[in-house]
Design a binder for this molecule. Structure first.
Ligand SMILES: [Fe+2]
Length: 403
């Protein structure tokens, strides 16, 4: 389970483009959802407008203008029938000045109980208990309710007395189109852009990763080939290079280095003694003690290794690992006598791994040492021959039986 999560989150750790585009995608998607929810909620709200008396009415927030004929002179659009009743013509203009469609609207007007509608236009009129209600007809509703449009509804009303004023009550809902909302459109645009960047970043990341895997496989097979070539020359140290590579990787892991470093130090361990191919076989495979000249030649192998690895850039630091792997922490090693932190860390780790393999395997002049003796040697030489941290990591690995 831990590995699954590690694999999922690895691209976010390795690629800032993936991480940033993912965060922006989540942020803009959240903004989209919030904005959409707000719009959906607004679309459910019933909007109410009230007007008392004739004239133009400017509604607050979403502008609805309603005009009724000016009857202030008491006669305009009004007439008296022979039977004494008064006729009045009402023309009501409703303007929708918003960007949204106005739906399910209903206009209600208070009239005297005895009033009666004689004729009407552009609406569905009903009358009861001193109220006239008007709804948009199906075919006119769309026209009336569309954004930035208007409609005229009207009727002729007969009353016993001249009616000088009227009150209106208008209700309805505005249908907000998210695609006309600037914030929604902004969030939508940002979301699409960053999401596309996120997808492209992922594709690029996996293509590069795949190519790196192929490259690493090629490098590893070449290095293994070289290591076999090194090891077969010396029958007593067979598989020494491979073993040092394995031990160095485990020590680096125990010391907390990342996977890239662990992979590289494995390669360094495999190649640290590559210069031995230039040491004459009679010296390399000699079972008796080397004389001074032979020992002098033998001690040149780190320099030979560095020369061979010069320009091998596929594994950064590999030349230094080979050149300094016989340096001692106290400065008494060879070929340059570097000490402590002057010695590159990869060389200090290879030194410990190299010595462990030497102690752990049979040699011409002795049998392999037991773990107890090796632990004593590591403790004794920790800080003099060996880097203390690398030696401590190896001691822990031995005690945990992980080698
Ligand atoms: Fe060596």
């Amino acid at each position: 389970m831990k590995n699954i999560f590690a694999d999922i989150f690895l691209p976010f750790k390795k690629s800032p483009a993936i991480l940033i585009s993912f965060i922006l995608s989540v942020f803009s998607l959240s903004l989209l959802i919030i904005q959409f929810a707000w719009i959906a909620n607004q679309n459910k709200k019933i909007i109410t407008y009230d007007q008392t008396g004739p004239g133009k009415f400017q509604a607050k927030y979403l502008t609805i203008n309603m005009e009724i004929p000016d009857r202030s002179d008491g006669t305009k659009n009004c007439w008296q029938e022979e039977n004494g009743t008064w006729g009045s013509q009402y023309d009501i203009y409703i303007y929708n000045n918003t960007d949204y469609t106005f739906l399910d609207w209903e206009l209600e007007m208070t009239v005297p109980e005895e009033a009666r509608i004689d004729s009407s236009w552009n609406g569905e009129f009903t009358q009861s208990s001193g109220k006239i209600k008007v709804k948009g007809e199906q075919e006119t509703l769309t026209i009336m309710a569309a954004a930035h449009s208007s409609i005229k509804i009207g009727f002729v009303l007969y009353t016993n007395q001249l009616m000088n004023s009227s009150s209106f009550h208008l209700t309805g809902k505005f249908l907000r189109n998210p695609l006309k909302n600037k914030l929604f459109l902004f969030a939508l645009t940002v979301f699409f852009v960053v999401f596309i960047i996120f997808i492209i970043s992922n594709v690029v990341y996996y293509l590069v990763k795949k190519q790196r895997t192929i490259d690493n496989e090629k490098i590893e097979s070449l290095i293994k080939l070289c290591a076999r070539f090194i090891d077969v020359r010396d029958e007593y140290t067979k598989m020494h290079s491979s073993h040092v590579g394995d031990y160095a990787r485990k020590i680096a892991e125990k010391m907390g280095f990342d996977e890239e470093f662990q992979k590289n130090i494995y390669y360094m361990g495999m190649m640290h003694d590559v210069g031995k191919v230039l040491i004459p076989r009679e010296i390399l495979c000699k079972t008796s003690k080397l004389d001074d000249e032979e020992w002098k030649e033998m001690k040149k192998h780190p320099l030979y290794s560095a020369g061979i690895l010069e320009g091998f850039t596929a594994v950064p630091g590999i030349k230094e690992a080979a050149l300094y792997h016989h340096e001692r922490y106290d400065g008494s090693g060879y070929p340059t006598g570097l000490r402590e932190k002057e010695i590159p860390i990869q060389a200090r780790i290879i030194c410990v791994a190299d010595s462990y393999d030497a102690m752990h395997t049979n040699r011409s002049y002795r049998s392999h040492l037991s773990d107890e003796v090796i632990l004593q040697e590591l403790e004794k030489n920790k800080g003099s021959q060996f880097d203390p941290d690398a030696a401590e990591a190896l001691i822990t690995l031995i005690k945990e039986h992980k080698l």
